[in-house]
Design a protein around this ligand. Structure first.
Ligand code: ZN
Length: 339
């Protein structure tokens, strides 16, 4: 942050007018990204990050990600991280969000719970139906031929009927596994939900990312029913990830912070770069795409476009953009012609 910059008093008059954040819609972010000029700039950003990632991979044999932290240690880390993020984004007087170890019963795990429930109900239903069909056999001499045939095949039919249930259970288990290595900010009750099994460096990265979502939320920079700002809020949080990973890597002399950030970031920038190339009919440099196949259509996540656009702005205008965005001082140039 620049010396003498104004600090945003979150509890006093820091809440932005909702109109200001409307410019950051997912559609506008994509629209602004779709230009030849942005394609070239994204290429620069991606080349820089990919070179740094390759350097770390080549130079460092053992990156130190440390052990998982206990509850008290996580709380202490969050206090320090909140101070650092507040300073970077120029805010103060922010209540620290609560911390809760992840369970499938909290709102961030509700879709996992739903998958498990649907799967179990489906399988139970199929099992009951199998039992009913088998019963038909005992009514010897009664019922049609078809009913008797069905009853003989009851177990096979029941197994086929239970397949979707197995699919839902499997889907639940996969998302569950992902969540056990992840964190989330639950805006409804201002809680950071985390998995206690995550190692320290990764946990710290989660904490500054989710804390940024907390700041965004209390300042009014978040998706609403009819307006998704997901791309922009993720892009903004990724910008904080970038700054914090750099700062912490230097402060603690540990490149694992940078590695953690770059591994995720490069992946997102690569997909966005390929998507942009395909949309604009431009050839991407294969050395920047890594293992990605340039002929495959990209299924773009929400993270990519916002992360790419804000990385370009940060690259060309400086990292104050992340502070300015939150302070209501950043205007997307939506009237500009395509470069
Ligand atoms: Zn996020």
């Amino acid at each position: 942050m620049k010396a003498g910059a104004v600090l945003l008093e979150v509890n006093a008059n820091g809440i932005m007018k909702p109109k200001y954040f409307e410019q950051f819609s997912d559609d506008n972010i994509k629209k602004l990204l779709l230009s030849r000029g942005k394609f070239a700039l994204l290429e620069d950003v991606l080349a820089k990050e990919k070179a740094e990632l390759t350097d770390i991979e080549n130079q460092t044999r053992d990156l130190d990600f440390d052990k998982p932290l206990n509850e008290t240690q996580i709380k202490e880390r969050l206090d320090i991280i909140a101070k650092d993020v507040n300073e970077f984004l120029g805010v103060r007087n922010v209540d620290i969000p609560k911390l809760e170890a992840f369970t499938i019963f909290d709102p961030s795990g509700k879709h996992i719970l739903k998958s498990y429930l649907v799967g179990s109900c489906w399988i139970s239903g199929a099992a009951v139906a199998t039992g009913v069909l088998r019963k038909v056999r005992s009514y010897k001499g009664r019922g049609s031929k078809i009913a008797r045939l069905l009853s003989r095949r009851a177990v096979l039919l029941g197994s086929i009927a239970s397949l979707p249930g197995i699919f839902f259970l499997g889907k639940g288990a996969i998302i569950h596994k992902i969540f056990l290595n992840d964190a989330a900010y639950i805006a409804e009750n201002q809680v950071i939900s985390y998995s206690p099994r995550v190692r320290r460096i990764r946990m710290e990265m989660f904490l500054w990312h989710e804390y940024t979502h907390h700041l965004q939320h209390i300042l009014g920079f978040h998706s609403q029913k009819k307006l998704s700002l997901l791309s922009a809020t993720e892009g903004h949080a990724r910008g904080v990830d970038e700054y914090m990973s750099r700062t912490y890597a230097i402060r603690h002399n540990n490149k694992a912070y940078r590695y953690n950030y770059l591994a995720g970031s490069v992946d997102e920038l690569q997909s966005t770069y390929l998507w942009l190339g395909q949309k604009l009919g431009l050839n991407c440099r294969q050395n920047l795409l890594g293992d990605m196949n340039a002929d495959v259509r990209v299924d773009l996540s929400h993270y990519g476009p916002g992360h790419a656009l804000f990385s370009i702005y940060s690259h060309t205008q400086g990292e104050e953009i992340y502070r300015n965005i939150l302070h209501g001082e950043f205007g997307l140039d939506l009237s500009s012609e395509r470069e």
